[in-house]
Design a protein around this ligand. Structure first.
Ligand code: NAD
Length: 295
């Protein structure tokens, strides 16, 4: 069993740290939020007074922070100078590819192995230990990270070199955002053309318009499997988080001169939806927005 320092015990990190404790690891935890720290302590983590203190005597560090600027600051200003020489660093936050590569490079300058390991799956998957991890980094670092990540997830996939985990995550979510917008506008049009939406689902989910957004996450209440649409678009994957990932994808595309017109269109639609006050609703609530309803 490993001795683990865990920084960032929010919606996702809280459940992940608890699952590491359940798997028998020794977890020392730090967060800026007192409430998050208290929850982690109740789940069996040892409380630390700072990020540097949480990692000084561990062999693994896991971080689950909001964005690239937090990850750069926490590693650059606090962790890299505080950890022991053989510590493996695992960042599970969803951040821009450039920040992920820069921090991994900085870690290497300190002689430290690091992987980027963003997740697919929301708060329920973090609590339930069923996340999917997409991991970027060298083979040896991946091999060390894999058993730790397995304690928090159902799948751990080596995506490639440093930054490849973040790249895989944002490209996948760009595709998801674009297919959700397309699925929502298709159902909205089907309705206006007088089609019964259950019948349209039965046809399209078995025809060439099929996608995960339609068959597994149908945005129409009462049609297809049970989804957030059946709970007034509560729970699920928030519009604000979809917008964050689309912005990261479009920004990454600009950096490599890639043309992503569908991703950019999805980004501006989710921006409008969030501006209309629906940042906390599930991302399939795009259908209400496209139908002209109040967000
Ligand atoms: P969150 O805001 O609930 O948690 C982030 C935590 O980091 C907070 O508790 C905050 O206090 C802490 N923090 C910030 N700066 C810190 C610092 N300098 N030192 C110590 N602690 C600090 O966010 P979340 O929903 O848990 O998401 C975390 C990451 O996971 C994000 O990158 C997000 O995009 C990604 N993600 C979230 C979901 C989801 O459904 N919530 C799904 C997949 C991926």
């Amino acid at each position: 069993m490993s001795s683990i320092g865990f920084i960032g015990l929010g919606n996702m990190g809280g459940g992940m740290a608890a699952n590491l404790v359940k798997a028998g690891h020794d977890v020392t935890a730090f967060d800026l939020s007192e409430a998050a720290l208290a929850r982690a302590e109740a789940a069996g983590c040892t409380r630390a007074a700072s990020a540097a203190e949480a990692v000084k005597a561990v062999n693994i560090v896991v971080t689950m922070l909001p964005a690239g600027k937090h990850v750069r600051a926490v590693y650059g200003e606090q962790l890299l100078g505080a950890v022991g020489p053989d510590t493996l660093l695992i960042d599970c936050s969803t951040i821009d590819v450039a920040s992920a590569r820069a921090v991994i490079e900085q870690a290497a300058e300190h002689g430290l192995a690091m992987v980027d390991a963003p997740v697919s799956g929301g708060i329920a998957a973090a609590n339930g230990g069923t996340l999917t991890f997409m991991v970027g980094g060298e083979d040896a670092a991946f091999a060390r990270a894999e058993p730790i990540l397995q304690a928090m997830g159902k799948a751990v996939i080596h995506a490639g070199a440093a930054g490849a985990g973040q790249a895989a995550k944002i490209v996948n979510n760009m595709l998801l955002g674009a297919t959700m917008v397309a699925t929502c506008e298709a159902f909205a049009l089907a309705e206006k053309l007088g089609l019964d939406l259950q019948t349209f689902f039965d046809i399209s989910s078995k025809a060439s318009g099929q996608s995960w957004s339609m068959t597994s996450y149908c945005p129409v209440p009462g049609v297809g499997p049970e989804t957030p649409a059946d709970r007034d678009y509560e729970g699920g994957f928030a519009n604000a988080l979809m917008l964050k990932d689309l912005k990261l994808a479009v920004e990454a595309a600009h950096g490599v001169d890639a043309s992503v017109p569908m991703g950019a269109a999805a980004e501006s639609l989710y921006q409008a939806l969030v501006n209309a006050g629906a940042g906390g609703k599930d991302f399939s609530s795009m259908i209400r927005f496209l139908k002209g309803a109040a967000a």
